[in-house]
Design a protein around this ligand. Structure first.
Ligand SMILES: Nc1ncnc2c1ncn2[C@@H]1O[C@H](COP(=O)(O)OP(=O)(O)O)[C@@H](O)[C@H]1O
Ligand SMILES: O=C(O)C[C@@H](O)[C@H](O)C(=O)COP(=O)(O)O
Length: 338
């Protein structure tokens, strides 16, 4: 316990930096996207989903981002406002850039893919001038989404936020969040991911995402080697996810804690990562033991892959705990613990 010290005097628990977008998930799922005719519109974008997830869990959340000056920009801003998320630093693009649209394909319970429309994209217009030191100072932590590093000016904006967080003792959380779209080269991914990862207190990613982050440092590391390296340069918690095979959190005292997915009737296979991040981080803010944070993350992830939306279906604390209690009653106390 106590790997991370959060300054309890701060107004916000977490300010997230990156994209908020729109997901269109097919209502007529279990068929190819080319054949789907009916979609439900949800707030989307991985950091947007995590923001909603943490707000549902009662945390005070702010968002640093850019949206389009149109009905979809209004939709996500209004949605955040209704969830109690601070939108004072979620501003509108002035040159016609558009919010990201993601059309999802749910072919079967286990085969999903996403089709992103992200040209002339609003979220990557976040500018250094949008990064306000006073705002960052007000938060216990910031979360940088790796996709914000894909292009300028958002790249420099994210690096400025990182620098200001370090300057003001604000905890830095890096969600690597690899989305191939918008990156120009493999080298750029390695350069910018590693700059941020090396300065982060908490890093969340899949094995593939850590491989991309470490490509210019050393290739072919094991999870243990990855964790040891980042701990040696100051990171406190490194979480490495392996999809349905579970995940492990490595702490800087040399311990590690693993969790498996909760059994659930799958609807789709995306959205789990955002549920996981929001509930895991909620646990950290609550000062829980790491294994309990992981259990919350795994439970929220399971609830998300069992439901249609990524943002709208984020659980409350009551629902999350109810799900864990019911699962343990059905499958045994140690169901997700390794
Ligand atoms: N089949 C599954 N059943 C229950 N939970 C799952 C399943 N697949 C993934 N999850 C949960 O979702 C989390 C995130 O999944 P992962 O595939 O690693 O990330 P992402 O959704 O970001 O691609 C996993 O760590 C796990 O807890
Ligand atoms: O991140 C996006 O821009 C799209 C998301 O809203 C999307 O629904 C999704 O892929 C969820 O991501 P995951 O939780 O990492 O599976």
């Amino acid at each position: 316990m106590g790997y991370i010290h959060f300054d309890q005097t701060k107004e916000f628990d977490l300010i997230l930096l990156g994209r908020v977008a729109v997901d269109f998930n097919p209502v007529d799922y279990y068929m190819p996207l080319s054949e789907s005719t009916t979609f439900k519109k949800y707030l989307g974008g991985s950091p947007g989903n995590i923001a909603v997830g943490m707000a549902r869990l009662g945390k005070k959340i702010g968002f640093l981002g850019k949206v389009s000056d149109d009905q979809f920009g209004d939709f996500v801003t209004d949605y955040f406002n209704k969830e109690g998320i601070d939108t004072s630093h979620l501003t509108k693009c002035k040159k016609g850039e558009k919010i990201g649209l993601t059309f999802t394909e749910i072919l079967s319970e286990t085969e999903s893919s996403i089709l992103m429309y992200r040209d002339g994209i609003a979220d990557l217009q976040l500018d250094v001038a949008d990064i306000d030191e006073e705002y960052i100072q007000k938060s216990k932590a910031i979360l940088i989404s790796g996709t914000a590093l894909a292009q300028s000016p958002s790249r420099e904006a994210a690096l400025k936020a990182l620098a200001l967080a370090k300057k003001n003792n604000v905890v830095v959380i890096f969600d690597i969040d690899y989305r191939p779209y918008n990156w120009k080269s493999q080298d750029e991914i390695g350069i910018y991911y590693s700059i941020v990862a090396k300065q982060s207190d908490v890093i969340l990613g899949s094995r593939e995402e850590f491989d991309l982050t470490e490509q210019l440092i050393e290739q072919g590391r094991t999870d243990e080697q990855t964790a040891k390296y980042f701990h040696s340069i100051g990171s406190k918690i490194v979480v490495i996810k392996h999809g349905k095979d579970g995940s492990t959190a490595y702490t800087n005292d040399g311990n590690n804690y693993s969790i498996k997915p909760f059994p659930v009737k799958l609807l789709k296979s995306f959205g789990g990562g955002d549920g996981y991040a929001s509930a895991f981080l909620y646990g950290l803010f609550e000062g829980l033991e790491i294994i309990d944070c992981l259990e919350l993350g795994s439970a929220s992830a399971a609830m998300l892959v069992a439901s249609h939306a990524c943002s709208k279906d984020m659980p409350t604390v009551e629902a999350l705990k109810g799900f864990i209690t019911d699962s343990k009653k059905q499958y045994g106390e140690m169901i997700a613990r390794v």
